[in-house]
Design a protein around this ligand. Structure first.
Ligand SMILES: [Zn+2]
Ligand SMILES: [Zn+2]
Length: 128
């Protein structure tokens, strides 16, 4: 883990000194394991992607795995679309009910770590 942190710091410095750097080989970058901020699973930031980031002069390593990044982009796109059209998009997000574990769809994007309930469980909980 310490080795990984050291490498990340090195990468940032490398990015800042990109003009002087003549390194262009992908071999300079080892795969890094990063913990996704959304699903808290490890994902691999490959050497090739690190080269891409450096070439694009991007300073911040990715925080999310591919799936969560895609989900986030979809959220942003839906919000942007709603802002452009002024019409609230009819959103359907597939989620697993936290109570009965059946798959259901909800008309909103659930926050990370918050339980989501299907309609019947939701009504049941609010009715009692
Ligand atoms: Zn993730
Ligand atoms: Zn349920």
């Amino acid at each position: 883990m310490i080795a990984l942190i050291g490498q990340a710091v090195f990468l940032v410095m490398e990015g800042q000194a990109a003009e002087k750097s003549t390194i262009s080989s992908e071999l300079e970058f080892d795969d890094l394991t990063i913990v996704c901020t959304d699903c808290e699973k490890d994902f691999v930031w490959t050497g090739g992607e690190q080269v891409f980031f450096r070439d694009k002069d991007l300073q911040n390593p990715p925080k999310r795995c591919k799936e969560c990044k895609r989900a986030k982009n979809q959220r942003i796109a839906a919000i942007a679309q709603a802002q452009i059209t002024g019409i609230k998009q009819k959103i359907e997000v597939s989620v697993k009910c936290a109570k009965c574990e059946s798959t259901t769809t909800v008309p909103f994007y659930p926050s990370q770590g918050r339980p989501v309930y299907c309609r019947s469980c939701f009504l049941e909980m609010n009715g009692s």
